[in-house]
Ligand binder design. Structure first.
Ligand SMILES: NC(=O)c1ccc[n+]([C@@H]2O[C@H](COP(=O)([O-])OP(=O)(O)OC[C@H]3O[C@@H](n4cnc5c(N)ncnc54)[C@H](OP(=O)(O)O)[C@@H]3O)[C@@H](O)[C@H]2O)c1
Length: 240
């Protein structure tokens, strides 16, 4: 798919990984629907950076735990949306032995149910005769689950399966792929000591930063013969 002039919707795009993907799409000539939830100020700042690429941006706020499809209904003049990136997520720290039903359901709602119903809304809204691409942002850890982050890991595992099921369901018009991230950015509040420690566990001996994620997302969107693929961007972490 040629990205110039196409509209892309990125969830959780105010900061960090979602922001980098939104800026990468803007640098490739896409107009951007920038979804955010609580980070209004950061979203405004990111929107200004997107506009500096000479493309259009629309800000859409919303709790993906409520009505994910509503985001698609708020894209206004930037319709039709041809690219959807499901990046927003919660990274709860729970264990099977202790997780409450509420924690479990909240994580599943944002990390799995929202991408499913946003993708459904995206597919329904895509006009006949146009093709589309969906990218789900998942985690290589679904292959080797943590003891911690139980609900998150199970939800992302569901997102992996959803990626393949949706690729089959929505073919040939819409391709659905995923990037399975490793250590890209430290959790908010964790500094360089944490990064150094993390890097030792990764074959390439460093934390990724967002650029490799952007490159992988753009490659998957750009290649019209790839669908149902889950591309690891993890510095080889899955090898150990
Ligand atoms: N960072 C990493 O190294 C890493 C590693 C593996 C996988 N990943 C995956 O990469 C993606 C982005 O990671 P990140 O570290 O950039 O995430 P993050 O900093 O935790 O940001 C999560 C985003 O999700 C949005 N969000 C959270 N709850 C929401 C809700 N109820 N409704 C709508 N939006 C909600 C937040 O929006 P607001 O801030 O506007 O509220 C925020 O933009 C996630 O899918 C994550 O699982 C990241």
């Amino acid at each position: 798919m040629e990205l110039r002039g196409v509209t892309a919707l990125v969830t959780g795009a105010a900061h960090r990984v979602g922001k980098a993907i939104a800026l990468g799409l803007a640098a490739s000539g896409s107009n951007v629907v920038l979804h955010f939830h609580r980070s209004g100020e950061a979203a405004e700042a990111t929107a200004a950076e997107i506009r500096a690429h000479g493309v259009k941006v629309v800000l859409v706020s919303g709790d993906l735990g409520d009505d994910p499809a509503a985001v698609m209904g708020a894209v206004g003049d930037l319709a039709p949306v041809r690219v959807l990136v499901n990046s927003a997520a919660v990274f709860g720290n729970d264990r099977l032995t202790e997780v409450s039903r509420t924690e479990w359901e909240t994580t599943l709602a944002i990390d799995l149910t929202a991408p499913v119903f946003l993708t459904q809304a995206f597919a329904r809204a895509l006009p006949d005769g146009l093709d589309g691409a969906v990218i789900n942002v998942t985690d290589w850890r679904t292959e080797r689950p943590y003891r911690d982050h139980f609900s998150y890991t199970v939800a992302k595992g569901g997102l992996d399966t959803f990626t393949r099921a949706a690729a089959e369901s929505l073919a040939p018009r819409i391709r659905v792929n995923a990037v399975a991230l490793g250590a890209i950015l430290p959790p908010p509040g964790r500094g360089s000591a944490y990064l150094k420690e993390l890097a030792q566990e990764i074959p390439v001996q460093r934390v990724g930063g967002t650029e490799p994620v952007v490159q992988a997302v753009l490659a998957l969107i750009g290649n019209d013969f790839i669908t149902g693929e889950i591309l690891r961007v993890d510095g080889g972490a899955h090898l150990r």
